[in-house]
Write a protein of this length. Structure first.
Lengths: 329, 362
């Protein structure tokens, strides 16, 4: 029987899952994930978590509970910094401690600290530390990591083509055909940037499947993942001080990029109720939109009570407004 | 120039004194409901309450003709490090004309730090005189913190209600009026004497509660509904885990060595610096428990993630170390009556717990 490593299907799942999955399977382990986000998972999380926490934290607890009897180990890396400059939101920094101290009867938690501010060598050390749970052979570990990195690269290139994280994972695992976004471009008359943290915009339940809904409304959707690092870095000079947090920095710069290019008709900022960093991200995006005459900006806030109908109504109203404006112009 | 700055507890006395000695006029009001209303009106919804009070303070200062705002920065993960920039954007959007000087840690950029000091001091004073001024005012800050610490011990034992608060206020005025280092020293002695001469019940054994949480809501009585005074008058001795003299040392001058007792205490529960005072909140709870405190109160602004992380870990600490804790999340809609009721209930619970423990012993 191979070792079962559990990864909750939320937060960094939508960013790093393919990397970890390939890495662990190459080393002979089985990777298990929790079920898709659902009402019972959210409710279970809400019940266990401090009431003041944001939805993503509550969700993570819910997913952990769903997974706890299915895995031998939990893999909850402590994400501190991956580029040596930006850090993750404080919830990522304290995530393993929160889960460990809140939930009972969990499997052993593997929580390597990923803090590459200390230098490149740190990555090699961390990878060995994670792999050493399964094998003590460093060669095996590094060859597995190399394969995982190649796999992860494919995941990211699927994202940059316009796939959502869920679609990209499906394509990688052979459950879905690769989509051809270029051929559909002509028929779509509106272009909208959907910006928000990956665990919100890519989680079909949390975002009430917003991206697919927009596509169904004949809208071309662009995301922060469709931009290259260079394109994002090129926006740095517009910020007096870069946001400290990895995802927030990405969202703000992506927004600035799309404003500058001027190809989008609207920008939707999707945020979670009570999100600390987002009040600033939202404000910066909002201020950026104010000087653009032909780009509209809307913030959609979701929380554990968000109903599909409410969000869909607002989306449709937003799209209608953009189409009306275009007709008048 | 006319200067305004964040108003936070007794520290305003020191900042005011520095600015006035550098030849500036100071306009800063103690935060009031109006301050908070103004701040809330122009802040994004999910900004924390310190952001809103600060913004309100700045608006009031600007309305009174201030043309320079002096505030602090930071490098995360706490979002307060971005406040200066965002507040500049908001205030400029409202049509105010002003300059803002944001102090970052000296370890970030030596040049900026001293450049900012020079900007405020103007070209006149020599570095030596600025250094002497800061040293003197640092002593004033320490004197104020010492007096405040003492007031927390005296208040629960006072025989006449509000006698301590009156003595404390008088002591603040004396320290504020002192001009030289010797005078500050003398003023401090005088202040200590004033507090000690408050008639007290020497035999009374008060409950001891530690205060932890986010720095602004812990330090500014307006933000925490005069929590320390309220508890003191209920007969509780409070100990605050944060004083500005301690924080400034860690964050601007000597942040290079980080061997820290609090961090060590937090390690088994939260082995990571998470920004703000999150890790300190956990570490201090452990230390309070080990030092025989009866309970801990955590003060935090609504949507403050570091404190949310801390709060989700505290129940475990509380069980392991047998120390009850109460968390109060504060936003612009929190009311004093609600907070008082919760405090009374918490104190009642602690008294019962203590009585029970004593029954067992006797």
């Amino acid at each position: 029987m191979s070792v079962k490593i559990g990864i909750p299907k939320t937060l960094s799942y939508y960013v790093y899952y393919p990397l970890w999955k390939k890495f662990f399977t190459e080393l002979g382990a089985e990777v298990v994930v929790s079920d898709n986000t659902s009402r019972p998972i959210i409710d279970a999380g809400v019940k266990e978590t401090v009431n003041d926490a944001c939805v993503p934290i509550k969700l993570f607890h819910g997913h952990s509970l769903d997974l706890k009897d299915k895995a031998d180990y939990f893999f909850i890396p402590r994400l501190v910094s991956v580029d040596g400059e930006h850090i993750y939101c404080p919830k990522f920094l304290g995530l393993p401690d929160m889960v460990k101290n809140t939930l009972k009867d969990l499997p052993e938690i593997l929580a390597p600290r990923i803090d590459l501010r200390k230098g490149k060598l740190e990555l090699i050390k961390v990878v060995y530390k994670i792999g050493s749970v399964l094998t003590k052979n460093p060669l095996k570990i590094y060859s597995a990591f190399k394969k995982a990195k190649a796999y992860f690269k494919r995941f990211n290139s699927l994202l940059s083509e316009g796939h959502t994280a869920v679609e990209a994972i499906d394509v990688l695992e052979g459950n879905e055909e690769r989509k051809d976004f270029d051929s559909q471009e002509q028929e779509r008359d509106l272009k909208i940037a959907v910006l928000g943290y990956p665990y919100i915009i890519y989680d079909p339940y949390v975002s009430v499947n917003m991206i697919q809904k927009l596509r169904d409304l004949n809208v071309e959707v662009v995301t922060a993942d469709m931009l290259t690092d260079e394109e994002l870095t090129a926006q740095s000079h517009k910020l007096f001080k870069e946001p400290f947090w990895t995802f927030s920095d990405q969202v703000v710069k992506a927004g600035y990029h799309y404003y500058q290019e001027g190809e989008i008709d609207g920008l939707i900022h999707v945020t979670a109720f009570g999100c600390g960093p987002d009040f600033m991200v939202g404000k910066l995006l909002n201020l950026g939109a104010e000087v653009e005459d032909d780009i509209s900006f809307i913030t959609l806030t979701i929380d554990e009570h968000t109903g599909e109908a409410g969000i869909v109504t607002r989306l449709e109203a937003f799209i209608d407004m953009l189409r009306l404006r275009r007709k008048r112009a | 120039m006319k200067i305004t700055f964040p108003y936070m507890g007794t520290s305003n006395i020191v900042f005011k004194s520095i600015m006035e000695q550098l030849g500036h006029e100071v306009v800063v009001h103690k935060p009031s409901d109006r301050t908070l209303d103004l701040g809330t009106e122009y802040s994004p919804e999910f900004a924390c309450i310190p952001f809103k009070i600060l913004l309100g303070t700045f608006i009031e200062g600007l309305q009174d003709g201030a043309d320079l705002i002096v505030t602090s920065g930071g490098k995360g993960p706490c979002r307060a490090g971005h406040y200066g920039q965002i507040q500049t954007d908001i205030l400029e959007g409202l049509g105010y004309e002003f300059d803002m000087v944001i102090f970052e840690a000296i370890t970030d950029s030596f040049k900026d730090f001293f450049g900012n000091i020079r900007k405020i001091a103007g070209p006149g004073p020599s570095w030596w005189s600025i250094f002497k001024l800061i040293k003197k005012e640092w002593n004033r800050l320490k004197a104020l913190d010492d007096i405040e610490r003492l007031s927390h011990k005296v208040r629960p034992r006072e025989l006449e209600r509000r006698a301590t608060t009156k003595a404390f206020e008088e002591a603040q005025e004396i320290i504020a009026a002192a001009e030289t280092e010797e005078e500050i020293e003398k003023a401090k002695e005088k202040g200590i004497e004033l507090l000690k001469s408050v008639p007290q019940n020497e035999d009374y054994e008060p409950l001891k509660i530690g205060i932890i949480g986010e720095i602004y809501v812990v330090l500014e009585p307006f933000a925490n509904f005069e929590l320390e005074e309220t508890l003191g008058e209920m007969g509780v001795e409070v100990d605050r885990s944060i004083y500005l003299t301690g924080w400034t040392k860690e964050h601007s001058f000597f942040s290079l060595h980080s061997e820290d007792k609090v961090e060590k205490a937090a390690e088994p529960y939260l082995d990571q610096l998470i920004g703000g005072h999150g890790q300190e909140s956990v570490g201090n709870t452990v230390l309070y428990a080990e030092n025989g405190f009866d309970g801990v109160i955590q003060l935090a602004p609504f949507t403050c993630i570091p404190e949310i992380v801390a709060k989700s870990i505290l129940p475990k600490v509380s069980r392991d170390k047998d120390i009850p804790f109460l968390t109060i999340f504060i936003d612009e809609k929190t009311g004093k009556a609600g907070v008082s009721t919760r405090l009374e209930a918490f104190v009642d619970l602690l008294i019962q717990k203590r009585d029970k423990a004593r029954e067992k012993i006797s």
